[in-house]
Structure formats: C-alpha cells, structure tokens
Design a protein around this ligand. Sequence first.
Ligand SMILES: C[S@@+](CC[C@H](N)C(=O)[O-])C[C@H]1O[C@@H](n2cnc3c(N)ncnc32)[C@H](O)[C@@H]1O
Length: 204
Amino acid sequence: MALAQAGYSVTAVEISDRIRHSGGLADGLAPGSLAVHQDDFYAIALAGRFDVVCYWNGFGVGSDADQRRLLLRVADEWLRPGGVALVDVFNPFVWASWDGDDEHLTPDPAAGYDHDLREVTRFDPVTCTATDTWWESSDPGRPITQTLRCYTPADLALLLTGTGLTLTALVVGDQVLSPVEPRPRFSDLLRDNHEYLAVLRLTG
Ligand SMILES: C[S@@+](CC[C@H](N)C(=O)[O-])C[C@H]1O[C@@H](n2cnc3c(N)ncnc32)[C@H](O)[C@@H]1O
C-alpha cells in the first residue's frame, strides 16, 4: 500500500483475510495502480511480469524447499529480465542471541493497544530456526507459535543456487553491504538487526 501511495504500480498477494482491510487505503490512488489478490503465492497465476518483487517480513516460513519453490517462481514467472527481488531475511545471529528471552508486553490504552501479551523466543542452532511463541497473559493455555528459518547471507547465496537469482547487496539498518567486498563493520549483522534486506538480481 505504501508503495502504491508512493506512485508505483503494485500487485499485492496476501493469503489471509487481512487483505480485506486494504480497501479504504486505496482511496485517492490513481486507477489501476493497486491490484490486490487474496491468494497463495505458491499457487496464484499472475498476468505479466514485474520490475521488482518484494517480500517483506515473511521469507523463512516453511522449509528450504518451500523457499526455493518461491524463489523459482520469482525468477521464472514474475521478474522481467534484469529485474530485482527485495526480500527481508531473518538474521540468525540476532535471533540466536534472543534464545530464552521472555518478554511481557503491557497494554497501552492511550495508544489504542489493549493486549497484555507474553512472548518467549527460542533458537535451534541445528536447523537454524527461531521459534517465537505468544500468548495472552490471562490465557496461557492458548499459545500461538511461528517458526522462522533464518539464513546467513552465505546460506542464502547457497539457497539461490540454480534459481537464476544472485545476491548482489544486503541492506542492514542504514548500511548497504556488498556480499563480496570487505565489510566496514560487523555489529549491524551480528547484534543489531534481526532481519536484513537481500537484493536479489535476476542474472540467470
Ligand atoms: C509477517 S507477515 C508480514 C506482513 C506484511 N508484509 C508486513 O510487513 O506488515 C507475513 C505475511 O505473509 C503472508 N503469507 C504467508 N504465506 C503466504 C502465502 N503462501 N501466500 C500469500 N501470503 C502469505 C501472511 O499471511 C502474512 O500476512
């Protein structure tokens, strides 16, 4: 939605009914600048190709095979030649440092936030997955858990093998890093940012 408001022509795919809340946000946009689909991005058939494919804050849900299936769709079906995919990737270094953290989020009615929530984060160093579990403080018997496969940039580059996509840059906080040149400093990826934006160019 923010991209459409910034003047880009956007096609959005979202599997959940959250997408139904996008209706009013499209008011004032140029006709045809936003197409929304409530659908599965593993299954949907989209007409045409795109200069840019974005996946914000979700890559890593599912198995390595799922991720590769999606990357192949991005490369083979959705991107124009020379196009670029911008993909948020969960950073294992920071998620690992959160293993065992137990957070308590208290309500803030003045800000319109009424929930009293607990969160426990675990990290499995064998599968390189973070497990993030949330529950209402008053209802600990109904936890909701998400499991997130985290990829180091080196792992991500291996995952891309054979997809036609190449990792050409990493955006970490306010820094743009090259995957091959020496890094000015490491703390951004080691400690400060739980995800980084991978710039994947269609080169194959
Ligand atoms: C963590 S949320 C991020 C949402 C949004 N991009 C943002 O930054 O606020 C990941 C989103 O991906 C959606 N999603 C997960 N699997 C999907 C699939 N197979 N097809 C389409 N959307 C999917 C989820 O429903 C969820 O809304």
